[in-house]
Design a protein around this ligand. Structure first.
Ligand SMILES: [Zn+2]
Length: 237
């Protein structure tokens, strides 16, 4: 076991914070399944319910959101996610503002994760504004806002939500990864979870090929068969 893996052994609580249903699965589904199988507690904070993510004209945003939340619950069952928090911000409407930061700080202080996984807000040319917004707000919530008691003192500290230090931030799909998680044992769980998102992947044709190709490329960078890649920021030292 590498030193890195030994360190991760000591982390019991993981939180994934992403913009759209299926973002967790595409960027970190194999990692989440691996952690859940190892007995780790994984919470998902789902910022939007993806209520604009379709080219269909015969469905409303509310109907789509309900459909996608049901797909996500099924996917989370397949991955072993223990708990989901829905923020239900509109798809395409995520703003990295004080309100979103406070909502994320609340989740951090409530669930107290050792590791937080989110979108990489520092990746150049990341096109989706929701990904940039969630990534930025999460990084800013983890450090230093959730940690220091005077932030949101009246709303949160007075409610008994004590400040919280996250040990590590893992930014998904970075340009220059420095952590590769071997998902050879769980790549099929990742694919199986993605298949639950029927409104997005249809009958899942070519999905398995696509996922195996992409995670094998990441794996090849690290001498693994299949891998997911992250940029790690360590904070609890
Ligand atoms: Zn997304």
């Amino acid at each position: 076991m590498s030193q890195e893996e030994q360190e991760h052994e000591s982390y019991d609580r993981y939180m994934v914070i992403v913009a759209h249903p299926d973002d967790m699965e595409f960027s970190a589904g194999g990692t989440v399944a691996k952690m859940a199988k190892a007995g780790k507690h994984v919470t998902l904070v789902q910022v939007t319910s993806g209520n604009k993510g379709t080219d269909r004209r015969d469905i409303t945003s509310d109907e789509l959101a309900a459909m996608r939340e049901a797909e996500l619950k099924e996917s989370c069952d397949r991955l072993g996610v223990a708990h989901i928090e829905f923020f239900r911000i509109g798809d395409g409407e995520v703003m990295p503002d004080l309100e979103l930061k406070e909502r994320i700080v609340r989740q951090l202080r409530l669930h107290r994760p050792d590791v937080v996984i989110t979108h990489d807000p520092f990746r150049p040319y990341a096109l989706h504004s929701d990904h940039r917004g969630v990534g930025q707000s999460t990084v800013d919530a983890v450090y230093p806002t959730a940690r220091d008691p005077l932030h949101y003192h009246h709303h949160l500290t007075d409610e008994g939500l004590e400040p919280h230090k996250t040990a590590e931030l893992w930014l998904a799909n970075p340009e220059a990864p420095d952590l590769y998680i071997d998902i050879t044992e769980t790549v099929d769980d990742k694919i199986n979870a993605l298949k639950a998102h029927k409104s997005q992947v249809g009958d899942g044709e070519h999905l398995e090929e696509r996922i195996k190709e992409r995670t094998a490329e990441r794996g090849a960078e690290a001498g693994m068969e299949y891998a997911e890649a992250f940029k790690v920021i360590k904070m609890r030292r």
